[in-house]
Write a protein that binds this ligand. Structure first.
Ligand SMILES: [Zn+2]
Length: 187
């Protein structure tokens, strides 16, 4: 529903207004996203920030990489534990930005979006709004992660003529050790 985009202020979870909440561990999340290594490193931050801001979590997700059309970042097949991330797109962002920090922010934004779908938030408008809320609460207003949530992850490759890029199509692969074993059993 179109108007849902403009009802961000009304998003209430568990009787608590998420909007406007900023955590004291912003500094820690900021340094973690800059230094995270690989998809599993970013994934830990996705789970921790969603848990810290929304109190929601789901364990046992699997990540697959596939070469998808470049306007598509990732998807979560409903009813599965899977997230499929667009390998071609991530490669392009890496080549264009040459920055681990920016690639991490990009991957964070896509994975958080799909994670929220996997947590049962079906509506696109709600998910976009929640990604913004989580980003803002955990990284602050003036951070690239929040900017990507507010605008679009694609702003990082603005001006790149995606339609002219012939990305090679390779087989879908699973990301090994995406989720740390035994994680979740340690309180
Ligand atoms: Zn979506």
């Amino acid at each position: 529903m179109f108007s849902a985009e403009f009802q961000r202020e009304g998003l209430v979870r568990d009787g608590e207004l998420v909007v406007g909440k900023e955590f004291s561990n912003v500094k820690s999340f900021r340094s973690r996203i800059d230094e995270a290594e690989g998809f599993s490193g970013v994934w830990e931050i996705v789970k921790d920030t969603v848990k810290a801001s929304l109190g929601e979590q789901r364990l046992g997700m699997l990540l697959f990489l596939d070469d998808l059309p470049l306007h598509l970042g990732a998807y979560h097949p409903l009813g599965t534990n899977n997230i499929v991330l667009n390998r071609s797109l991530v490669n392009i962002v890496e080549a264009v930005t040459k920055s681990r920090r920016l690639v991490n922010a990009f991957v964070y934004s896509l994975l958080t979006h799909e994670y929220l779908h996997a947590l049962g938030h079906i509506s696109e408008a709600e998910v976009r709004s929640l990604v913004y809320d989580v980003s803002r609460a955990c990284f602050g207003d003036d951070h690239i992660v929040t900017t990507l949530a507010e605008k679009s992850p694609w702003v990082l490759i603005k001006g790149i003529p995606l339609s002219t890029i012939a990305a090679p199509k390779q087989a879908m692969e699973i990301v090994k050790d995406f989720e740390k074993p035994n994680q979740g059993y340690i309180v």
